[in-house]
Design a protein around this ligand. Structure first.
Ligand code: ATP
Ligand code: MG
Length: 213
């Protein structure tokens, strides 16, 4: 049975993931591709309840491995309830964050053993992986400044220290370098329409769908 493509948007706080997700889904709608916009942690009823535990409260409330387990529990619920059924009916799915965020935040950022995270991935997700991952990259200061200007109150992750945000920026870049067939690094410091054009190009080149510009 043919299935849709799974695209993930990754990057640090305020990189523009949510903005670009919405622009990309609009571009898909214009060319008649059904694309479901979703997010992690969350994207399903139970996963959203786990999200509430992750994004609020004291920065140190979870030890890093516990936090990774919560992310993978939420991720499996999201896949089972939302992502896999949508792909199976032929829709495309675009997710605001996915497993690279766990490797970047809990692995590169908070020191959880990368092999442990890989094992958790195997158990919770198996052989499934995104068809394309867009890594939005920009300097930490710019991202945090953008996130601060946003209307929503600051999340637990934004309140982590600057060194942590530097580690996770480098983590995302390292992940993209290790998996160049799946990942494309996008310069997210440009204006939103320029970033969107770069994303459209990457989607067209990697997945062979022409998006009108
Ligand atoms: N290319 C851009 N240039 C300038 N400002 C931008 C750009 N893209 C997004 N913004 C603005 O920066 C803020 C953060 O963007 P957005 O919420 O899309 O980022 P995010 O990566 O989803 O952040 P978070 O990780 O905190 O969810 C928003 O106010 C948005 O309007
Ligand atoms: Mg966002």
């Amino acid at each position: 049975m043919p299935r849709g493509n799974f695209i993930t948007l990754e990057g640090g706080e305020g990189a523009g993931k949510t903005t670009q997700l919405s622009l990309l889904c609009d571009a898909f709608a214009k060319v008649g591709v059904e694309a479901l916009a979703t997010r992690e942690p969350g994207g399903a009823k139970g996963a959203e309840q786990i999200r509430a535990l992750l994004v609020s409260g004291a920065v140190a409330r979870w030890d890093p491995l516990t936090e990774a387990l919560l992310h993978f529990a939420a991720r499996r619920d999201h896949l089972v309830q939302t992502v896999w059924p949508a792909l199976a009916r032929g829709a495309w799915v675009v997710s605001d964050r996915f497993a690279d965020s766990t490797l970047a935040y809990q692995g590169y950022g908070q020191g959880v053993d990368h092999a442990d995270l890989e094992r958790l991935y195997q158990v919770a997700v198996g052989d499934f992986a995104p068809d394309l991952t867009l890594v939005l990259d920009l300097p930490v200061e710019s991202g945090l400044a953008r996130a601060k200007d946003r209307a929503e109150s600051s999340s637990r992750y934004e309140r982590m220290d600057k060194a942590m945000h530097e580690r996770l920026r480098q983590g995302f870049l390292a992940i993209a370098q290790k998996q160049p067939r799946r990942c494309v690094v996008i310069d997210a410091s440009a204006p939103a329409d320029v970033v969107h054009a770069a994303i459209r190009r990457a989607v067209s080149e990697r997945l062979g769908v022409a998006l009108d510009g």
